[in-house]
Structure formats: C-alpha cells, structure tokens
Design a protein around this ligand. Structure first.
Ligand code: PMP
Length: 409
C-alpha cells in the first residue's frame, strides 16, 4: 500500500477553479472573467508581434540550450532593472542593486520571502527571536499569503480597500501601518493593484513613503502589472522610483507575464537595493544559495525573447506601443461596461469601474450575485466579485452589462 494513502484531498485554487467550471459550461455566450491574463478583443490569448518576431529570430539563430547561471541571464536582469529603476538610476550605475532572474513574479516573491526569513535582522541589527512580519494589503493577491507563509514569514495585514466607497481607505491604511510593529516588511503593489484595481495617488505614495520611513518598515514592491495602469512603463514605475529617490532600500519583484504576455515562459526578476556594491554582492551570493537547491537555474527561452525585444530599438518601440494598446483596450472596456449599465437604467453607482486601474475591477458584486451570474448567465468570476476586465470584449460587454444589471437590480 502507498505511504501516501492518508493524504487528504486539498481544495482547488479559487481562481483556477473558475476556469474549470467555465470550461464545463456548454452555453455559447459564456464569459470567463476569472483568469488574470490578457485577452484580445475577440477573447483570445494575445501574443505581441515583437514577441513573435523575437521568437522567429531566436529559432533562426539556432542557439544552444545550455544551463543559465543560477542567477539567470545577466543581460536580461540588467534590462529588467532599467525598466523598473529608470535608465539613469545612480544606485544601479554604482552596483548597489543585488538581482537575479526568477521564475516570474511568483518566484521573485518566493525568493524574497526566503531571503527575508533568513536574513532580515531585528531593527537593532541584532538576532531576531521571531519570524519576520510581512504585512499585506487587505485584500491582496491570494497567493501572497501562501508564498510568505511557506517562506517561513509571519503574515499580517494592513487596511487598504474600503468596500463602502470601492476605493482606497487611505486613513485606515496609514494608521494601520503606523500601528504595526516598527521594522515590519510592507508589501506594496507598485501599480494596478490585484484584486481591487485601486492604487494610491502620487500624493498618497509620498505620504506612504514618509510613514514607512518613520516606522523603519521594509518596503517590498510587487510589480506584476507595470504598464497596465497608464499604458506607459515609465509612468507606472513612479511609485517604485519615488521610494528609491526618498532613500528607501527597496526589495522589488518584477513579472513579465502581463506586459510581455509571456505567462507560461516564467520570466521575472528580483532585486534588492543595498547601500554598497559590496553589500549587493553578498546578497547576490545568498540568493544563489537559496535558488540552487530549489530549482538550480531558471529557464532560458523566455528571457531570450525579452533580451531580443529590448536589444532592438524598433522591436522595443513596437512592444511599448502594443503594451499601451492592451492597457487602452481594457480602459475602453471599462468605459463601455459602465456606459451600458447606465443605459440599462441601473440605479447603482458604477463610477468605480472607470476609477479603478489595471486588469481588474473590484465590482462590489456580492457572493450571492456572483453565483447568480454563473448559474443564470454563464458569467464566471471569483467569489470576491473581481472582474478580470481583460475578459471583456466589444462583443460580450453588452451581454455582460445586461447580466450584471439583472443580478444587481
Ligand atoms: N503578483 C501579483 C499581484 C499578481 O497578480 C501576479 C499574477 N497573478 C503575480 C504576482 C505573479 O504572476 P507571475 O508568477 O505569472 O509573474
């Protein structure tokens, strides 16, 4: 008999479960608003044309398929760092940034979690007697809590979203960060917050930067959607760059899943801004020691694509343009969805659909209404009422508005 006979059946991942149910539904009008992956205006997965061109060139070049170093491709990592910190960042130039290629954004968060668990000292630089406290916004991407818990950190929350206004509870946010133990790790979504679509304004970011500094909290930025708030990679990096300019020594997770459309290729980067090149090299050495027994070295195919695109000014220009196109299509779906709901005579206020940013709309639709959408209209979304705007198209937005109107009447 199997020694694993006693393993209990675990629950299905809430987000991936939505797609399982969607796939089983025979209704031709069904809509999947669960998955956080971009779809084009006919609802299909989208490969950016510079990515296709890069792929073609790579196949043509007949590259080897040897191992990458443990820390991944240096060329890729340097380009990733520039996209985040800016072309001319002084700390980058002086070698103060420890960095490595990671298994996309998830892997970057996980590596950071282990680094924090192993090495983040107590505030007086002495030994820690407890596992480090990582504070997540309430709510956050569901996987964050699991990632930091599995990394051996203690997970807490700070106030973020106010269901009454469907926007940021800024006062609550600031006061819960002020009330937290000094020196906590604070996870911030750099832009396009998942699941709420609610981002702080530049003034609010400035205040958060001051509060974190006052409290000596460690900022950890998760930047999974750079470009998806404004359509502009530089504009969307403003929060990260502001903290760096304010003197914070940030930790940063970057994903290329969304803005390059490389989901299954697992392209990401972790960086840690330190005080000196010497310190960066020490952190680099430990990141490699963490990665080696976990997965040894990262995959090569996806980073070659990013390198190819970002090494050719014409491909880079196309990429920035098509990236903007994805963001703009989502923004136009927000306007259309809100417009249709108003036309249908909905008495609810739907301003948050257009006020929120990035891939998601935190609709305020209740758990019961989500069930009705699924059972009566074949519209699938997660229980928390999060709509992936990427699944909305000019074809299905009318049907969606009608369904939403019916369940919220
Ligand atoms: N962080 C956030 C906030 C996300 O929404 C996601 C993707 N759902 C990720 C990180 C990681 O995605 P990936 O591992 O594909 O980069």
């Amino acid at each position: 008999t199997s020694r694993f006979a006693g393993v209990p059946q675990g629950p299905e991942d809430a987000i991936l479960g939505v797609t399982v149910a969607f796939n089983a539904d025979p209704n031709p009008n069904k809509i999947n608003l669960g998955v956080g992956a971009y779809r084009d205006d006919v609802g299909l997965p989208f490969v950016l044309s510079p990515v296709r061109e890069a792929e073609r060139r790579i196949v043509h070049a007949q590259h080897h398929m040897e191992y990458l170093p443990v820390a991944g491709s240096r060329t890729f990592v340097d380009k990733a760092i520039r996209l985040a910190y800016g072309e001319h960042n002084h700390h980058v130039k002086t070698g103060q940034v420890a960095s490595m290629q990671t298994l996309s954004g998830t892997g970057a968060c996980r590596m950071a979690g282990v680094l924090i668990q192993r090495f983040l000292p107590a505030l007086d630089d002495g030994p820690r007697d407890e596992s480090p406290l990582v504070l997540l916004p309430n709510p956050s991407w569901a996987n964050h809590a699991a990632i930091f818990r599995d990394s051996g950190c203690t997970v807490g929350q700070y106030k973020y979203y106010d269901p009454a206004t469907k926007s940021l509870d800024f006062e609550g946010c600031v006061s819960s960060l002020e009330d937290a133990p000094d020196g906590s790790v604070v996870l911030l979504h750099a832009c396009a917050h998942n699941p709420t679509g609610v981002d702080p304004t530049p003034e609010q970011w400035a205040k958060l930067s001051a509060v974190l500094k006052e409290k000596r909290h460690q900022p950890f930025f998760d930047m999974a959607y750079q470009g998806f708030t404004s359509g502009d990679m530089e504009v969307d990096a403003a929060s990260v760059r502001r903290f760096v300019d304010d003197g914070h020594r940030i930790v940063l997770a970057q994903s290329f899943s969304k803005n390059f459309g490389l989901y299954g290729q697992r392209v990401g980067c972790l960086s840690v801004l330190t005080d000196s090149q010497e310190e960066a090299l020490a952190v680099d050495s430990q990141l490699k020691i963490i990665a080696r027994p976990m997965y040894s070295n990262p995959p090569i195919a996806g980073v070659r694509i990013v390198e190819e695109v970002l090494s050719d000014p014409e491909l880079e220009r196309q990429w920035r343009m098509e990236m903007k196109g994805m963001a703009e299509r989502i923004i136009s779906m927000r306007t259309m969805l809100k417009g249709y709901l108003e036309e249908l005579g909905s008495v609810q206020n739907w301003d948050h659909i257009t006020n929120q940013n990035g891939m998601f709309c935190f609709s305020g639709i209740s758990k019961e209404q989500v069930a009705k959408l699924r059972d009566e209209h074949s519209v699938y979304l997660t229980e928390n009422g999060r709509i992936s705007m990427a699944g909305v198209t000019s074809q299905n937005v009318g049907y969606l508005a009608n369904a939403v109107h019916k369940v919220t009447m």
